[in-house]
Write a protein that binds this ligand. Structure first.
Ligand SMILES: CC(C)(COP(=O)(O)OP(=O)(O)OC[C@H]1O[C@@H](n2cnc3c(N)ncnc32)[C@H](O)[C@@H]1OP(=O)(O)O)[C@@H](O)C(=O)NCCC(=O)NCCS
Length: 241
């Protein structure tokens, strides 16, 4: 009995921030990790949109909103942000680590393939069957989702997201907060600017400027139908003047 208590004490208390789909995925990754090597004790979910009153996901309690961290101990509890939007991960990180001093956990699904000489930042999440080869550096709260692949010497700055099945060839650099859509491929040596978005299934062969959304192959800035319609009607107006 005493032995069992000792082994329980070695588990790292973890709070999952985000009780939506991504929260479910990360929770399931934690369950998979624990089935290989008991590592985390999931204390509960915290969600900014938690409805009042007790609720549970798979028997794990939803503890409340972010304010719940005021009742926890930064010396004992770690957290992982299970939220897809990089801008929200940044905000939560600055609140929980920046202001309150909680450390962020690295969560890696046991089926992920992680090579040597990688440097993964706090809060990094690698989903099922993600691949990170070698000499890869990730910043804070970088998410590499299921089946995404990140090759040699890529740099993924803080809050970048690589969505399911996307492929980053060697030496790709993702700046802060950018997102690579599901199934997109980025050619080696290319750079995606901060807070840019690469659409799903795109093929990026040139650098992507910051704050730009690109789609297609070769990927080009997204031009919306309403923008084309707006330009056409402006041109028609000019023509009749
Ligand atoms: C590119 C993207 C960011 C645009 O999102 P959005 O701003 O909401 O744009 P909309 O869905 O309103 O589409 C705008 C236009 O772009 C087109 N479009 C959207 N995504 C596209 C893509 N990946 N490739 C080509 N065209 C695309 C739409 O057909 C639409 O064209 P229209 O103006 O001629 O009708 C988004 O569609 C995308 O691909 N996101 C990746 C999401 C992802 O992988 N998530 C994984 C979650 S786990």
């Amino acid at each position: 009995m005493i032995k069992q208590r000792k082994s329980e004490q070695r588990l790292q208390d973890l709070v999952i921030v985000g009780a939506g789909n991504h929260g479910d995925e990360i929770y399931n990754t934690v369950v998979a990790i624990n089935s290989v090597q008991p590592t985390f004790n999931v204390v509960g979910f915290v969600d900014e949109h938690a409805s009042p009153g007790p609720s549970r996901i798979d028997d794990v309690p939803v503890l409340g909103g972010l304010a719940h961290f005021n009742t926890l101990d930064p010396g004992r509890h770690m957290y992982v942000v299970a939220v897809g939007a990089p801008v929200t991960r940044k905000r939560i990180d600055s609140e929980l680590s920046g202001r309150l001093g909680f450390p962020a956990a690295i969560v890696i699904h046991p089926s992920a393939v992680v090579g040597t000489k990688n440097n993964l930042g706090p809060g990094s999440y690698l989903g099922p069957a993600a691949v990170v080869t070698t000499n890869v550096t990730t910043g804070r709260h970088v998410h590499i989702n299921m089946r995404a692949s990140v090759a040699n010497a890529c740099v993924l700055e803080n809050y970048a997201s690589v969505h399911p099945g996307a492929v980053l060839l060697g030496h790709v650099h993702l700046e802060e907060g950018c997102q690579v859509g599901a199934g997109a491929t980025i050619k080696y040596d290319k750079r995606v600017g901060e807070w840019a978005e690469v659409g799903l299934a795109a093929g990026v062969v040139h650098d992507v400027p910051a704050h730009t959304t690109v789609v297609g192959t070769p990927a080009k800035p997204l031009v919306r139908a309403e923008a084309i319609a707006h330009d056409a009607s402006a041109a028609a107006l000019r023509a009749v003047r």
